[in-house]
Design a binder for this molecule. Structure first.
Ligand SMILES: NC(=O)C1=CN([C@@H]2O[C@H](COP(=O)(O)OP(=O)(O)OC[C@H]3O[C@@H](n4cnc5c(N)ncnc54)[C@H](OP(=O)(O)O)[C@@H]3O)[C@@H](O)[C@H]2O)C=CC1
Ligand SMILES: O=C(O)C1=N[C@H](C(=O)O)C[C@H](O)C1
Length: 249
């Protein structure tokens, strides 16, 4: 059996802790570096990490990835904050390291990936579409990466189906009352103590609504998807966005 050497960035964080535990429990993976805030990235190269998992912070993830790519280390990235510009920067970095693979996925929970897929399938049939994402209050960003990507993909599906704007007669509004507009799909962010990570996609047409909901009740929900990414990334040079690329959907 080939054993892959894995390093985790953000190893003492909420998700990083769960990922370290999952890597330790996997027979085909060896956890060789647990790196957190203040630790030198050289710990990854010193330990011979072949794949790095990043669950850190949107402010630091690009520097982490530049280090990984320039050292030929594959990366599986859960950290959010990936704009089109950032993805383009990664493609540029990867163009001179042809064998290195980077997977960026806004959500590694299998149910969340299916929720996004179902929402995109449904988007073309319902004139109304809004997203409510609900998270713990220590979350650094809003809207969530998952909600942002779901809205973008739904907006693309709506445009391809020739749908117009979502019906909305609101004329005066308190700023923020209708949430953020992502390509015409409204996204509402809730931050409440006790929550982990949840999302509802609410679609509506004449006389009916469809609600698609996913709940991560525990951060171990992200581990199977991350391990799938770790096991797949060395065979996928370049940039991959979304774990669904490695799933048989
Ligand atoms: N794609 C997915 O499936 C998921 C993505 N996420 C995303 O993952 C990210 C992390 O989430 P979460 O675990 O909740 O956050 P946490 O704040 O609990 O964990 C982040 C950890 O990274 C550490 N850190 C900060 N800077 C660095 C650095 N330069 N190098 C190494 N470690 C560093 C932090 O240390 P310190 O606190 O001291 O700064 C902290 O220990 C977020 O962007 C979140 O949205 C979360 C869940 C699932
Ligand atoms: O910060 C979190 O907790 C989560 N972040 C990701 C996101 O922003 O979509 C994934 C999941 O929602 C948990």
């Amino acid at each position: 059996m080939t054993v892959t050497k894995v390093g985790v960035l953000g190893a003492r964080g909420k998700v990083g802790t769960a990922i370290c535990e999952a890597v330790r429990a996997a027979e085909d993976l060896e956890l060789v570096a647990e790196v957190d805030h203040g630790d030198p990235l050289g710990m990854l190269t010193d330990a011979g990490a072949e794949v790095v998992v990043d669950f850190t912070h949107p402010d630091v993830v690009m520097d982490n990835l530049e280090f990984c790519i320039t050292h030929g280390i594959h990366a599986v990235v859960g950290t959010t904050g990936f704009t089109d510009e950032r993805l383009e920067t990664l493609r540029g970095l990867l163009s001179s390291h042809a064998e290195t693979g980077v997977l960026v996925a806004p959500n590694f929970a299998i149910g969340a990936i299916l929720m996004m897929r179902f929402a995109v399938q449904a988007a073309r049939y319902f004139p109304s579409a809004e997203i409510v994402e609900l998270h713990h209050p220590n979350k650094a960003d809003a809207p969530s990466g998952t909600a942002h990507r779901t809205a973008e993909m739904m907006a693309t599906a709506r445009t391809a189906a020739g749908m117009g704007p979502c019906p909305d007669a609101t004329s005066t509004e308190l700023e923020g009352a209708r949430g953020a507009d992502v390509g015409g799909v409204r996204v509402h962010s809730v931050r409440v103590t006790g929550l982990v990570a949840h999302q509802e996609v609410i679609l509506g047409t004449q006389g009916e609504t469809l609600t698609i909901r996913h709940d991560s009740l525990d951060r171990s929900s992200f581990a199977p998807g991350v391990l799938l990414g770790v096991r797949s990334i060395s065979r996928a040079p370049g940039l991959t966005v979304g774990l669904d690329a490695f799933m048989d959907l």
